[in-house]
Design a protein around this ligand. Structure first.
Ligand code: R5P
Length: 310
């Protein structure tokens, strides 16, 4: 078993390798003057099970291309099998045609990764579970819910908790968290009048005098969460804590979070945004390296990954 790090999230790759007591594969990943990606593996990997760690986060196209080229280099170097560890799987939100004549980029990206030569995918909180079916190779989708539940139990010493889904797409995730912390749930009816814009239409459930925990897979522009927090507060909610797996944090997101009534936003290290996050007093990062490395170990040893979540 060996671990190759792409350049999108070196910190997480190093933390994973440390957990596994392995050194990262000696490689040289750089750009030609025109931006093309160059990958060279500097050690023998013939017959090894290789895990290549690369989030397809911003810059999504460069990081995706780098992942594909890493997989190609590994395949041509006679790796026994290649697992693409994609902590944040970008392009996932275009997983169906919401309006006519658009692409389904999640499917296209799945095809690209498979055709490059990956034998297996390991990811975390895929935007939609059905993306697993876009691949014809095995996909292990890990969940940050157990980690979030532990964090809530340890840190939010508040009664009267309610888990809130910021949109209908997040209901399953919210229910899973509420089961672990033994709370009820509320659902926000969100509308997207245009890409990147969101509006709260309604809240299903009573949040008055409740301490709310919003859970979501992605925070991008921050619009969904900031609007959700405002709507909850308007309906009489007390403290609002937010748990998000993937901190995309584009544009003014940090500024919006700081200005909002969010008590605290807890996220993970699937995307390396530590510089941006450092500018915020409200954001805390918890690491998924222990969970991802444990799943990698289980894949390498052919033991159960799903039992991690029982
Ligand atoms: C949408 O379905 C996702 O789960 C997130 O709620 C969304 O991507 C967040 O985007 P933004 O922060 O730009 O509102």
């Amino acid at each position: 078993m060996k671990v190759l790090a792409g350049t999108s999230n070196l910190k997480l790759s190093k933390d994973i390798a440390r957990q596994l007591k392995l050194k990262l594969v000696n490689s040289n990943i750089k750009r030609f003057a025109d931006g093309e990606v160059y990958v060279e593996i500097n050690e023998n990997i013939r017959g090894n099970s290789i895990f290549v760690v690369q989030s397809t986060s911003n810059p999504a196209n460069d990081n995706l291309m780098e992942l594909l080229i890493c997989i190609d280099a590994l395949r041509r170097s006679s790796a026994k099998n290649i697992t693409a560890v994609i902590p944040y799987f970008g392009y996932a939100r275009q997983d169906r045609k919401v309006v006519p004549r658009t692409a389904i980029s999640a499917k296209l990206v799945s095809n690209l990764i498979t055709n490059a030569g990956a034998n297996r995918i390991l990811s975390v909180d895929l935007h939609a579970g059905q993306i697993q079916g876009f691949f014809d190779i095995p996909v292990d989708n890990l969940f940050s819910t157990p980690l979030f539940a532990r964090h809530i139990k340890k840190n939010i010493k508040l009664n009267n908790l309610i888990c809130v889904a910021p949109d209908v797409g997040g209901v399953e995730r919210t229910r899973a968290l509420s089961r672990r912390i033994n709370s009820s749930i509320a659902i926000i009816d969100k509308r997207r009048p245009a890409p990147g814009k969101s509006e709260v239409m309604n809240i299903v459930g009573n949040v008055k005098n409740k301490n709310c925990v919003i859970v979501d897979d992605i925070i991008d522009s921050g619009g969904t969460i900031v609007n959700a927090v405002k709507a909850l507060k308007d309906k009489g909610a007390k403290d609002v804590h937010v748990y998000i797996t993937h901190a995309v944090l584009s544009g003014e997101a940090i500024y919006k979070i700081e200005k909002s009534q969010i008590k605290k936003l807890i996220t993970t290290d699937t995307i390396d945004n530590s510089k941006k996050v450092g500018r915020s007093k409200k954001i805390e990062i918890i690491s998924l390296a222990p969970m991802i490395s444990e799943a990698m170990k289980r894949i390498a040893n052919s033991t159960s990954v799903s039992s991690l979540f029982k």
